[in-house]
Design a protein around this ligand. Structure first.
Ligand code: SF4
Length: 352
């Protein structure tokens, strides 16, 4: 079993520290290094409201399990991340990692407990409530870097065997884990690689890596991406005055990785990121649209959709095997708007 090879030698820990802080924020800890949290969009969809913009790919938000198998454990400390950057963020878990067979069931049970209060809610249809008790998608992205979890291939395969789809969001610093997913027939349904700096200097400023060779590692992951047959997405989280620039350089990464889709997403001033950035760092949807339009020019990708609530513009690769399916689905969807609620602008994987 490959361990977290990207980690420099440092102390280990056996538990999540400062757990109260996570619990106060709505997380429920499961086992020693995992957690689940009900997504804003899961609640919204349950109450008959909007689904998240991942409905572009077929996700039903009320049936989504947002989880992490690597709580508090990441090898970067991105300035825009809305999660807690605890002092031991880069410290590997030193005990026996828990196996997906016990973890997945426990995560689903915890999600059910968290949602149980919706049963008597007059705004929640009974059918939807019972559907939510049986999640069909796992968003592996809540906190920390999920590719540091050594049993990730087993987790994805287990979810698949239960008929669930998986959305894996990675910061791209573990190319060896991506290779392992390929070798072990463990491709997720959607593979996201987050790419945040058009050049090394910006990457270092924005991602604040805790490992020495993160830039090179991310590029290795980008070069592996074309080997995946699943739906592939590059996520750009764009921060005004920091990395919302140089579309021609982002285009180089996109040409190498040839994802099916590119999500251009504006930074949202929420959570712990408020300690590091100001509201002025938030681009408007117009800023994102104009950046996306330049990116289109440099990549040959085409405009596919936008979501005002999540401040994201989707570009699609017209040569992708997923293009027609996406076009068909998108034509039946409306743009989601939930202005006034900042949580609505956050979606899973925002930190990575
Ligand atoms: S934003 Fe992510 S976690 Fe939330 S419902 Fe959509 S896919 Fe699931």
């Amino acid at each position: 079993m490959t361990e977290a090879v990207a980690e420099p030698r440092r102390k280990f820990r056996l538990e999540v520290r400062g757990a109260e802080k996570f619990i106060r924020s709505g997380y429920r800890l499961v086992g020693k290094h995992s957690a689940v949290k009900i997504c804003h969009w899961t609640k919204s969809a349950l109450r008959g409201g909007k689904h998240c913009y991942k409905s572009w790919y077929g996700v039903e938000s009320h049936r989504c399990l947002q989880m992490t198998p690597s709580l508090q454990y990441c090898n970067m400390a991105c300035v825009f991340c809305w999660r807690f950057h605890t002092i031991n963020r880069g410290q590997p878990f030193g005990g026996d990692w828990e196996r997906p067979e016990t973890l997945l069931e426990a995560l689903i049970e915890e999600q059910r407990r968290l949602l149980s209060g919706f049963k008597g809610n007059s705004r929640v249809e009974r059918r939807k409530f019972f559907e939510a008790m049986l999640p069909t998608n796992i968003a592996i992205s809540l906190d920390g870097e999920p590719t540091l979890y050594p049993y990730l291939p087993e987790l994805i395969r287990l979810a698949r065997s239960r008929g669930m789809t998986t959305f894996l969001v990675t910061n791209g610093t573990m190319p060896e884990r991506l290779e392992e997913l390929l070798e072990r027939d463990a491709e997720p349904t959607n593979l996201y690689i987050s790419f945040y700096g058009p050049d090394k200097e910006t990457h270092l400023r924005v991602n604040k890596p805790l490992i020495p060779d993160s830039w090179e590692r991310v590029w290795r992951s980008l070069s592996i991406m074309p080997k995946f047959k699943c739906r592939k997405v590059i996520r750009l989280t764009l921060v005004k005055y920091l990395n919302l620039k140089a579309p021609e350089k982002y285009a180089e990464a996109i040409r190498l990785a040839t994802p099916d889709f590119v999500e251009c997403k504006g930074y949202v001033h929420v959570g712990e990121s408020q300690k590091r950035l100001t509201r002025d760092h938030m681009p408007t949807l117009e800023d994102i649209k104009s950046f996306a339009s330049e990116l289109k020019h440099f990549t040959g990708y085409v405009y596919a959709a936008e979501d005002e609530a999540s401040k994201v513009v989707l570009l699609a690769n017209p040569a992708s095997p997923y293009y027609r399916e996406a076009r068909k689905r998108l034509s039946g969807l409306t743009n989601s708007r939930e202005e006034g609620h900042m949580d609505a602008a956050i979606s899973c994987g925002e930190s990575v």
